[in-house]
Design a protein around this ligand. Structure first.
Ligand SMILES: Cc1cc2nc3c(=O)[nH]c(=O)nc-3n(C[C@H](O)[C@H](O)[C@H](O)COP(=O)(O)OP(=O)(O)OC[C@H]3O[C@@H](n4cnc5c(N)ncnc54)[C@H](O)[C@@H]3O)c2cc1C
Length: 322
């Protein structure tokens, strides 16, 4: 067995350099721990296979923001009647709107209300720009550009200049966390975010690529050298022995039933700044689980560094700002 510390990585450079396909592939491969298969041109074929398999949550690992102008507000009202619940929509001024969402949310719009002018305009644009994400949904004669709607995808630099209230609702950040399974279970309770997680069903920790051993997160509760730590360590060793023995005759999904909460997992979290602020506020509070608080207190200063106006007040409220 191997004991590792909790860590995180803010994967924002994919957003700022507009490498959405690469971001989706990197995040998607965490499930299978097959990041070593990433090459310069592997993103397209990877995404195609994901779509064929219907594993569309992988397509939540990106974000598009559109500026929309309509000739008549009625066009937007008709669209809103369809209840597009996985998109953020804001009115900037009369006949002028902002709509954002992950790539999957726009695929759902194509299925749920393809007759809507706004959907036709959005999907026409997206299919031209990112065919691998949308070409399977293209109507027989293509998305006919409707009258009365103009859509324009905002570039990262334009998103950065949005007023703060719009910026926090439309700007997303992808973070990779290496934490234990109890903490990941708490994290995924935050609903307006998207997740992809290392799968104990697909990963066989007995294999050489995992070092043939189970990885555990160092518990923040027990100091090394204390009787409590030794007891914890023994329990982990015994769980590993049972797991590796079961793997000789059973599948990883069967063997994993003996793995404990301390097991290391890797999880990708893609969320708007507004949801990250909610998560960080709740999970850095002294009331939070200490293991969760430990990683969130590590993440908070890095988020403050990147987005001081959004996360600075959380740090201040905790009395941590310098
Ligand atoms: C200290 C602490 C102790 C906890 N103890 C327990 C426990 O004992 N048992 C337990 O089951 N959970 C527990 N939780 C988890 C907690 O109940 C929430 O599920 C979790 O924190 C997600 O946060 P949230 O519901 O505020 O918001 P999120 O899921 O992050 O959603 C963000 C916001 O979106 C809105 N929203 C999202 N989905 C809905 C919806 N379906 N309906 C209405 N509004 C919605 C709300 O405005 C919400 O504030 C605990 C959490 C903390 C921090």
């Amino acid at each position: 067995m191997k004991i590792v510390d909790p860590t995180f990585e803010i994967l924002d450079e994919y957003f700022t350099s507009e490498r959405v396909l690469e971001q989706i592939e990197l995040a998607g491969r965490i499930c299978y721990k097959s990041e070593d298969k990433i090459t310069e041109d592997s993103a397209g074929p990877f995404i195609k296979r994901i779509i064929e398999r219907g594993h569309e949550s992988v397509l939540e690992m990106g974000n598009f923001v559109f500026d929309i102008e309509v000739d008549s507000e009625n066009i937007m009202h008709k669209f809103l009647e369809k209840n597009p619940r996985f998109n953020q929509i804001d009115k900037i001024e009369k006949k002028h709107f902002l709509i954002s969402g992950n790539p999957r949310s726009f695929r759902d719009l194509a299925r749920i209300c393809p007759e809507q002018k706004i959907v036709k305009a959005l999907l026409g644009h997206l299919t031209d720009e990112f065919p691998v994400l949308y070409e399977d949904l293209r109507p027989r004669h293509g998305w006919l550009m409707p009258d009365g709607v103009a859509v324009r995808r905002l570039r990262p630099k334009e998103i950065e200049t949005l007023p703060l209230d719009l910026f926090i609702r439309h700007r997303t950040v992808l973070v990779k966390l290496v934490i234990n399974r109890a903490v990941s279970h708490e994290l995924v309770r935050h609903r307006p975010a998207s997740y992809l997680q290392e799968s104990q069903r697909y990963c066989r920790y007995g294999e050489a690529r995992f070092g043939g051993e189970v990885h555990y997160i160092r518990p923040c509760f027990f100091k090394e050298g204390t009787p409590e730590f030794e007891l914890w360590k023994r329990a982990m060793e015994e769980a590993e022995v049972a797991y590796l023995s079961l793997l000789k005759t059973s599948s990883p999904q069967a063997a994993r039933t003996v793995l404990p909460n301390s097991c290391k997992t890797e999880i990708m979290v893609n969320a708007t700044l507004s949801e990250w602020a909610h998560i960080l506020r709740l999970r850095t509070s002294p009331a939070a689980d200490p293991s969760m608080r430990e990683i969130m207190l590590m993440l908070l200063p890095q988020m403050v560094k990147r987005f001081p106006k959004v996360f600075g007040p959380i740090e201040e409220a905790l009395g941590l700002s310098q």
